[in-house]
Design a binder for this molecule. Structure first.
Ligand SMILES: [Zn+2]
Length: 138
């Protein structure tokens, strides 16, 4: 399998992730995160973190993007770009890794920090031994 390459469409998705980040609702932590999922048809679906006064209800940017994509009927993303204003790119939390895995275990995850530095990962590598439900109806 060829190495995933950063392309013009990634640049477009990156800009959308940064824009989504600017909309993040993070009045409690001040930690804003943006995400953009890329699909084979060229669709790009952004997400941002949405905190809540009841902290446990907080939704991460990655899961926000996945929910928005599913609502549009888009399931198999090829790439996820996650942006933060940390110098070192921040990886998705465990919950997001599991949710990303549900739809695209082989997708590429690009983590981008404020300095523009990127790190590249595969969803399945970020979550070895991910939970799978192979029960009735699957
Ligand atoms: Zn998360």
């Amino acid at each position: 399998m060829p190495e995933p390459q950063w392309t013009e469409i990634h640049e477009k998705a990156l800009a959308m992730a940064w824009r989504a980040r600017s909309h993040a609702w993070a009045p409690y932590s001040g930690f804003k995160v943006g995400c953009a999922l890329m699909f084979p048809g060229g669709e790009i679906v952004p997400g941002c973190n949405v905190e809540n006064a009841s902290y446990g209800l907080t939704q991460c940017a990655e899961r926000c993007a996945v929910c928005a994509a599913v609502a549009r009927g888009l399931l198999g993303f090829t790439d996820a770009i996650v942006v933060t204003d940390l110098k070192k790119p921040a990886p998705p939390c465990g919950a997001c890794r599991q949710v990303l895995f549900e739809f695209s275990p082989g997708a590429t995850v690009w983590l981008v920090g404020s300095g523009g530095g990127k790190s590249r990962h595969i969803v399945g590598e970020l979550l070895p031994e991910a939970f799978r439900f192979d029960g009735p109806g699957r």
